[in-house]
Design a protein around this ligand. Structure first.
Ligand code: PRX
Length: 636
């Protein structure tokens, strides 16, 4: 028997050691005993990090939706698969059973097939957190088509870039979306994006808000009538374990976003296994992850991981502050949520509000609290533990990435003793290493370095869509023979890991990864801007906020600075989305540069963070005099 479900610390160590001693054997047993394969694999694993190439369960065939839906019908047909909680609390909750989910996915898959979508085709999904979002992922997977979900807070330009990068022929969107008291015209954003996307033949439009939309003849089609006419049954297209399941974009420190490609078999096994263990999921639990399905957290731990385990997964359309700051806790109470998984930025925002918002709700159903997306600070950890968990629910600080597909380092609740701000121990099968700046592994405990992983796990991304070389350069060249995460970490005296943050030019704002380069590119498009540099600085709620240093062309001098700031932020909103707006913009006469012309972001970061006591040696700069000027003028 495989150790699919770990129940105490001794067992964790036993399983962990086995998983490292004989990974093939470990992942073979789990795959064999807990999933439905149409054909068995010929080889469990082949890999070479120098190419890089990783293949799990090669030769096996399956369809992930048979694992997430069909196989549950015998025992769980009437169990709620998706529990949908709308933005407006007055609107009824929807309980979508496994049987209903099966029918909805089959109908949707039939509609997609009628529109010409087949195995391997890419479909872009740009939807709010409504049931059709989860259904559309699964409908693509049913056909062996590759979904590319774009978070519906991204701008038309960002959407167009992503659609074109992976040659999507069809887009699924909605008329609009609700977020708290706001209504957003999503279709108008899609219309604008599609002006730049000649490859898109069809867009299917879900009616959500009933707002005014323009339907372009021949291209745009309302989804509902097509669904009504479609058959509620469709055989799953059987794919190879290594066929792509989805592409999901993540920001890099430079250049355009990276379309991470995840394949089917290994991703399914790893997300299901980690869901079961990290959340200690048991039948009849009600599990809620507050992320958006537009991010990897939603893919792996709202859709695939939970459904592969036959779980009930909550999907929430709204925001934590609407109609008031008690909304999360109202939902926990209403549905007796057992596992609650959110981001540190949400915890910090809620911790600022009156405790009554928490205390007036019965949260006694909670058993496990999770966090993800960025380091959680100690204060937020304690607030979460004391006020939400009442010191009774272990907090799992889960470290992972879009690229890793699933949770990599996390406590196993009720087994691993937790320490605030520590992600603690690797999941079975994960072999973290810390590297020094010269590329040497730092052994032993009580050490700090750069976090890399030295052995493949089943859900590692296989490539960057259309750019394997960039995949190799970004992740496998810093420390040859290992996967480099881009994060720094320390390993304490007992071997627990604490993630200390990014060591590259990616800034995490409210849990969203933002590369500095695309934001600077957007700013530089402003006709009055000569040059700009973006850095992150500590922010109470967002974790980091963005600070922009902007030098103006002569034409910009003398212009009203507040107007300029608004125009710059508008450009960023148009090119990327409101999440990338700058909190502070300082106009400066120059930016500190090395003699080779590289902007010294390290110095700018210190000034933005008001940490100027030790700026290091600035005498080697091309223009040391600008540093003092920037400090003198830095924004309060
Ligand atoms: O820096 C780490 C941070 O988020 C990055 C990955 O971001 P993304 O691909 O958007 O995926 C987020 C959701 C999985 C990591 O490189 N990060 C994520 N989780 C944690 C974290 N930093 C500290 N602690 C965490 N628990």
């Amino acid at each position: 028997m495989s150790n699919y479900h770990i129940k105490h610390l001794e067992e964790y160590w036993q399983v962990y050691r086995r998983s490292v001693r004989n990974p093939e054997n470990f992942w073979e047993e789990i795959a064999e005993e807990h999933f439905l394969w149409r054909k068995r694999w010929d080889k469990v694993l082949s890999w070479d990090f120098s190419k890089p190439e990783v293949k799990w369960y090669e030769g096996a065939q399956l369809n992930i939706t048979e694992n997430c839906i069909d196989r549950h019908l015998a025992t769980r047909a009437d169990k709620t698969a998706i529990l949908f909680e709308p933005n407006d609390p007055a609107e009824a909750t929807q309980h979508i059973t496994y049987r209903q989910l099966y029918e909805r996915v089959c109908r949707f898959a039939n509609v997609l097939a009628e529109q010409g979508v087949g195995k391997g085709d890419r479909v872009c999904i740009y939807l709010p957190m409504i049931p059709e979002l989860a259904v559309s992922l699964l409908a693509c997977a049913r056909l062996g088509a590759v979904h590319s979900v774009v978070f519906a807070g991204f701008s038309a330009t960002a959407l167009a870039t992503r659609i074109n990068d992976c040659d999507c022929k069809l887009v699924i969107c909605s008329d609009g979306s609700y977020r708290g008291s706001k209504t957003i015209d999503l279709k108008a954003i899609v219309d604008k994006a599609l002006e730049e996307c000649p490859g898109v033949e069809t867009s299917l439009v879900v009616k959500r808000t009933g707002g005014q939309v323009t339907m372009q003849g021949g291209r745009d089609k309302w989804l509902q009538p097509l669904l009504d006419a479609a058959d509620a049954q469709r055989d799953a297209t059987i794919v190879d374990a290594e066929d792509p399941l989805f592409v999901l974009y993540t920001s890099g420190s430079t250049g355009k976003p990276k379309g991470m490609v995840h394949t089917t078999g290994g991703y399914m096994v790893y997300t299901a296994y980690t869901f079961k263990n990290a959340f200690q999921y048991r039948e009849n639990d009600v599990y809620w992850c507050t992320a958006d399905i537009g991010w990897i957290t939603g893919h792996s731990y709202i859709v695939y991981g939970p459904l592969a385990n036959g779980a009930t997964t909550v999907m929430f359309e709204g925001v934590p502050s609407y109609p008031d700051y008690g909304r999360f806790w109202e939902i926990v109470e209403k549905h007796k949520v057992t596992q609650f998984y959110t981001a540190p930025t949400a915890i910090r925002a809620l911790a600022k509000e009156n405790l009554d918002f928490v205390n007036k709700h019965d949260l006694s159903s909670l058993k496990v609290l999770g966090t993800v997306g960025e380091p959680i600070n100690e204060e937020a950890w304690h607030w979460y533990n004391e006020n939400v968990g009442k010191k009774n629910s272990p907090i799992i600080d889960t470290w992972w990435q879009t690229e890793t597909g699933g949770i990599m380092i996390s406590p196993i609740p009720y087994s691993t003793p937790t320490i605030p701000t520590f992600a603690t121990l690797p999941m079975p099968g994960i072999q973290p290493v810390l590297m020094d700046e010269n590329g040497k592994e730092i052994k032993g405990n009580g050490v700090e370095g750069r976090l890399a992983i030295k052995f493949p796990w089943p859900s590692i991304a296989r490539t960057i869509y259309g750019n394997h070389e960039r995949y190799r350069d970004t992740y496998f060249s810093a420390y040859p023979g290992t996967y480099f995460t881009g994060d720094g970490a320390l390993r304490d005296a007992v071997g627990y890991y604490r993630i200390t943050g990014r060591v590259d030019d990616v800034i995490i704002v409210s849990g969203h990864n933002l590369g500095t380069a695309p934001i600077e590119d957007a700013i530089n498009e402003h006709p009055a801007v000569a040059e700009s540099a973006i850095v992150g600085y500590p922010h109470d709620i967002k974790g980091n906020a963005l600070y922009g240093y902007v030098t103006l062309k002569e034409t910009g001098e003398g212009r009203d600075q507040d107007n300029l700031r608004n125009e710059i932020n508008q450009l960023i909103t148009d090119r990327i989305g409101p999440i990338a707006k700058l909190q502070k913009i300082q106009f400066t006469a120059g930016l500190p540069k090395t003699r080779s012309g590289k902007i010294m972001r390290r110095i700018l970061r210190k000034i933005a963070g008001k940490d100027t006591s030790n700026l290091g040696d600035i005498s080697t700069l091309l223009n040391p005099e600008v540093v003092q000027a920037i400090m003198d003028e830095s924004l309060a």
